[in-house]
Design a protein around this ligand. Structure first.
Ligand code: G1P
Length: 293
């Protein structure tokens, strides 16, 4: 049986503790903090849906139950909105809700790193290529970043990763890739390294948190030892997979703006940028910011 090549499923690792946002994240998952009027995770799920994803796989952990509630009907609220004829609000809620049977939740039982979180989704993903979206990273651009990856994947096959340039003094904070042609929108990846020590990065192209991966990544994650930071690293398994010529890796350069909502500055900037981009809020917010500054 030939396996499906279509990217139907997306994995969202949402088990992280969010210690950088304490005390806000004491009782609320960091993924539920809002950028304008939606939780960060809703923005990322919307990106996946707009790219054609049909099934949403969440790798959660303790204290993350409200993420599951968020992606379910809230029957009393919907009845109240309907009785009050608040149809716009109701339509918006329902439009962003995944269809019944199109979400899966599994738990990462111990914080052992991103590679381990992705491995926890192996049974739900099965033997088909899948998308992976890191919810901290909001990608703001003319087109959904994941849609660009899937389009590239349809031409190249194999594995596809979104990249974008960062200042040299930040390369040690991310996964960094070397590519055949740094000017091209899509280029073959020639090297990958997770959080290279300062001065050793193969380029300034960082891995932005959007991936299309082949299921052959799972057995490699399974046998992996802890890497950088004592955690099971996705990047190490990708390096191992890329050594097999049947599984090439391509980079797609994302031309929009990326907000790292895992950092306070990135999170604050995301709120401003997403607010400014809204027809109903942008003009008023722009004027208010001018006054403030
Ligand atoms: C992870 C990945 C890294 C990537 C980054 C993007 O790191 O391991 O390759 O560049 O996400 O946010 P983390 O942020 O989990 O340390």
């Amino acid at each position: 049986m030939t396996r499906s090549k279509r990217i139907r499923k997306a994995v969202f690792p949402v088990a992280g503790l969010g210690t950088r946002f304490l005390p806000a994240t004491k009782a609320i998952p960091k993924e539920m903090l809002t950028v304008v009027d939606r939780p960060v995770i809703q923005h990322v799920v919307n990106e996946a849906r707009e790219a054609g994803i049909e099934h949403f796989v969440f790798v959660t952990g303790r204290g993350k139950a409200c993420i599951e509630d968020h992606f379910d009907h809230q029957v009393e609220l919907e009845a109240t909105l309907s009785a009050k004829k608040k149809t716009r609000e109701l339509d918006e809620l329902l439009a962003e809700l995944p269809e019944a049977g199109r979400t899966s939740f599994t738990r990462q039982q111990a914080p052992r790193g991103l590679g381990h979180a992705v491995w926890c989704a192996r049974d739900i993903v099965g033997d088909e290529p899948f998308a992976l979206l890191l919810p901290d990273m909001l990608h703001h651009g003319a087109r959904p970043c994941l849609a660009e990856l899937i389009e590239a994947y349809e031409r190249t096959g194999g594995n596809v990763i979104a990249v974008s340039p960062v200042p040299e003094d930040q390369t040690h904070q991310y996964g960094i890739v070397g590519v055949e042609d740094t000017a091209a929108k899509v280029s073959r990846i020639t090297s990958m390294v997770e959080k290279p020590p300062k001065g050793t990065a193969p380029s300034n192209l960082h891995v932005t948190g959007r991936y299309v991966l082949e299921p052959e990544i799972f057995p490699l994650l399974a046998k992996q030892e802890a890497g950088a930071g004592g955690e099971i690293q996705l990047t190490d398994a990708m390096i191992a997979l890329s050594r097999e010529s049947r599984h090439p890796f391509h980079a797609v350069r994302f031309d929009g703006t990326i907000y790292d909502c895992g950092s306070k500055i990135g999170f604050l900037l995301a709120n401003v940028a997403y607010g400014l981009a809204r027809d109903d809020l942008g003009p008023q917010l722009r004027a208010a910011l001018k006054d403030l500054i």
